[in-house]
Every structure is written in structure tokens, then in C-alpha cells.
Design a protein around this ligand. Structure first.
Ligand SMILES: Cc1ncc(COP(=O)(O)O)c(C=O)c1O
Length: 406
């Protein structure tokens, strides 16, 4: 695989930022889009646009077929058992809210426990917080160590007869921790507790096999997998989707509507109310094809090499502190520089064309646990090169010069 060839598929890299070549190290936030995805969006609106699943004219039938082709591709991409287990949402946040709301309605009572971890993104905490607030549920946070690894023994101790669901991330968007979710799911299965996995960061960087993991729910955001914004995926085992109530009500999710009675559509439409992001779902098929054209093994190899290279170089820079040191780490590198606020780091490196993120990255609990008000974060995508890391490190050195830090 030649990274130059991969990179050339992303038109944004021909643009200059502040007069400099763009070094994009913010893919954990959202990934850039290859030409095939952009062309698909353009083509759909120019030549194929129609709403789906409603009219029976040719345009609508074609659009519906293309929409369903993406569903089949997602099914294969994550190795689900059936296309009916793939629900399109707005993003991973909506996917998690869908589960928390519907599962909560049916299965959560006052005093029931929801087990999450200190690593979680707000999107995998706030939806459960609503159940705490509205139903009197209890949220327990499985602790991590200073390296950013979940303490499995402590995790096990937190499981009680009241634990109704476990929800945790597959890959931390701050420390880059690859969580041993298979091991955790095995622990949960022995106690018959369903598990939701937040796969936002893992789906673009790891091989996902929901059958092998045996998770109950898996949430994905397509914009992080080189796809369009406005589309997410909820994978859920069919038995859950059949037994849980619907989420949003409206057109498209019903079977029969009478003045005194409503019945719902079969899966997956039961959970897809209203007009869907049709063009975006169709274009997401191109993102999956893009990932497959490179091959997940090649993606993992390239990103691992780059992560090791970046960590080695960044650790050599005086006063740079890498956040966490997990046993298994992906290309998410959060860091601080003593004496410089992360927002200042981000602003100064931006002058060199380097895009990173600064703040709490929607993980205030984790930052508090690590005694940090905020951090800067460089996150790697398939298009990044060693040269990008060199430019980042030079820009970091420049921050130190600006702030006169030795
Ligand atoms: C681990 C994790 N979970 C959930 C989300 C939420 O994703 P979205 O905003 O696309 O719903 C993110 C986004 O950064 C994330 O990193």
C-alpha cells in the first residue's frame, strides 16, 4: 500500500492552510473524505435523488435499492447476522440514545444499575444519566489506572444482581486505549447482562466482528470512517430490536395506523422514522469500499507504525507529557505541555498547517480522573505519514519557543 496513493484520493490535501501544506491530525474528531464519497453525494443529488421506501416510481425504487445496498455492506463490514440488525441513525450519539431510551423504558426501574467506565465519551454517559434522572437508576463508573487501562478486577466487583446493562467504549478517544471488550463481554455473558459497545473510534481502525464479540449493541458514526456526516449505525441483536419499543415515532416506522391503534413496521424500518439521510447513507457505501480497498490489516499496520513513531518522537521533546500509557494503544495521542494551555498549543500548530484538537474531547470525567483540565490531541488517520508527525513535532517545538519553555 502506498500512502501517497491513498492520500491522493482526498482532495482536501491539495489545499493549503495558513499558506502551509495541511497536516490533518484530527481524524478522531472526524475523518476527511475521499473523492469516491464526495462524487457519490454529488451524483446522487444530480442524477438519482429521490426519497426512499415511499413512492414506487423508478427514481424512488433505485434510491431505495442503493440505500439497502449500503445496509448489506455494513452488515458484512461488521459481520452481523442479518441486515435487519443494522439501523441507520444520525450518528453514534443517537444510536446510544436509542438503546438507553428504549431499553430504559422496558428494563430499568428505580435502583437498577448501569455500569460504564471512566473512559467514556459524554455520548456514552449522558443518555444513561437521563435514566438516572428520570427513573432513579444508578450509574457506576468502572475505574481505570493512570495508564488509562480499565481495572478488570474492580470492574468485576462492580457487577451486582442489580446491573441491568454494561456500556463501554471499544477505543478511548483520549488515551487511545484499546479496551479488551471481548473479555469484558464474556464476563457479562456469564451473568446474562447485555453489553453496548461504543465503537465510534474503533470502527475506522480495528477489525469489527460483532458475531465474534457477541455484543448486544454496537454504535458507529460514519463520518469517522471517511464517510458523510449525518449518518450513524446501530447494530443490535435481532431479539433486542424485536422486543424493545420503537424510538422516534412518525412516517416510515408504522405498519397500520388507526384512530385507536398503531402497529409498527418490521425491522429495520421500526427504528427508522421520518426521512432518512438518503444521499449520505448511499455515499457511505463508498467509504466501506474505500476501507476494503486498502484492507483493515494494512490500515492497522500503517497506523500502528505511525503511532509508535509519533510516541517515540514526542516523548523526546522536553516538557511534553503523553496522556496515558495503555497496554494496547491505537493512534490517538493526547498530550500536554507544561506551562502552555492546550488551546494555545492548537492555535500555534495551526499556523504551521497542523490540525489537532484541544479541550476535554467530550471526556470531562476522564480528564478529572487524570487530574487534567484539558489536553491537546493528535489523532491518526489512514492518510497520515511520518512527514506529518515530523511537522507536528517541529510545530510543538515552536510552541515551546513562543512560550519560552526550556
Ligand atoms: C468514543 C466516542 N464515542 C462517541 C462519540 C460521538 O460521536 P458522534 O458525535 O458522531 O455521535 C465520539 C465522537 O468523538 C467518540 O469519540
Amino acid at each position: 500500500m502506498h500512502i501517497d496513493e491513498v492520500k491522493s484520493q482526498f482532495p482536501i490535501f491539495s489545499k493549503k492552510i495558513n499558506g502551509k501544506q495541511l497536516v490533518y491530525l484530527d481524524s478522531s474528531n472526524s475523518a476527511q473524505k475521499p473523492t469516491s464519497v464526495i462524487k457519490s453525494l454529488d451524483n446522487f443529488y444530480k442524477n438519482e435523488f429521490s426519497n426512499i421506501g415511499r413512492s414506487i416510481h423508478s427514481l424512488s425504487v433505485n434510491a431505495t435499492n442503493k440505500f439497502e445496498e449500503t445496509r448489506m455492506s455494513v452488515k458484512k463490514f461488521i459481520n452481523a447476522s442479518s441486515k435487519d440488525e443494522i439501523i441507520f441513525t444520525k450518528n453514534a450519539t443517537e444510536a446510544i440514545n436509542l438503546v438507553a431510551t428504549t431499553f430504559g423504558q422496558k428494563h430499568i426501574e428505580k435502583g437498577d444499575e448501569i455500569l460504564i467506565t471512566e473512559l467514556e465519551h459524554h455520548s456514552n454517559y449522558i443518555p444513561w444519566h437521563y435514566l438516572r434522572k428520570n427513573k432513579g437508576a444508578v450509574i457506576k463508573f468502572a475505574p481505570i489506572n493512570d495508564d488509562g487501562d480499565i481495572l478488570i478486577d474492580k470492574f468485576k466487583e462492580l457487577i451486582t444482581s442489580k446491573t441491568k446493562i454494561i456500556a463501554l467504549t471499544h477505543l478511548s478517544n483520549v488515551t487511545g486505549t484499546i479496551v479488551p471488550i471481548k473479555e469484558i463481554i464474556e464476563i457479562a455473558k456469564k451473568k446474562n447482562i447485555p453489553v453496548l459497545v461504543d465503537g465510534c473510534q474503533s470502527a475506522p481502525h480495528l477489525k469489527i466482528d460483532v458475531k465474534d464479540l457477541d455484543c448486544d449493541f454496537y454504535a458507529i458514526s460514519c463520518h469517522k470512517i471517511y464517510g458523510p456526516t449525518g449518518v450513524g449505525v446501530l447494530y443490535a441483536k435481532k431479539e433486542w430490536l424485536e422486543s424493545l419499543p420503537p424510538y422516534i415515532g412518525g412516517g416510515g416506522m408504522i405498519s397500520e395506523v388507526k384512530k385507536d391503534k398503531v402497529t409498527y413496521a418490521p425491522l429495520p424500518e421500526k427504528y427508522e422514522a421520518g426521512t432518512m439521510p438518503t444521499a449520505e447513507v448511499v455515499a457511505f457505501n463508498e467509504s466501506i469500499k474505500f476501507m476494503q480497498s486498502i484492507g483493515i490489516e494494512n490500515i492497522i499496520k500503517h497506523e500502528n507504525e505511525l503511532t509508535s513513531y509519533a510516541l517515540e518522537k514526542m516523548k523526546k521533546i522536553n516538557s511534553v507529557n503523553i496522556v496515558g500509557n495503555p497496554k494496547n494503544k491505537a493512534g490517538v495521542i493526547s498530550f500536554t505541555i507544561k506551562g502552555i494551555h492546550p488551546h494555545d498549543i492548537s492555535t500555534i500548530v495551526d499556523e504551521e498547517g497542523v490540525a489537532i484538537r484541544a479541550g476535554h474531547h467530550c471526556c470531562q470525567i476522564l480528564h478529572e480522573r487524570l487530574n487534567l483540565p484539558a489536553s491537546a490531541r493528535a489523532s491518526i488517520g489512514i492518510y497520515n505519514t511520518k512527514e506529518d508527525i515530523d511537522i507536528l513535532c517541529k510545530a510543538i517545538e515552536n510552541c515551546r519557543k513562543v512560550f519560552d519553555i526550556k
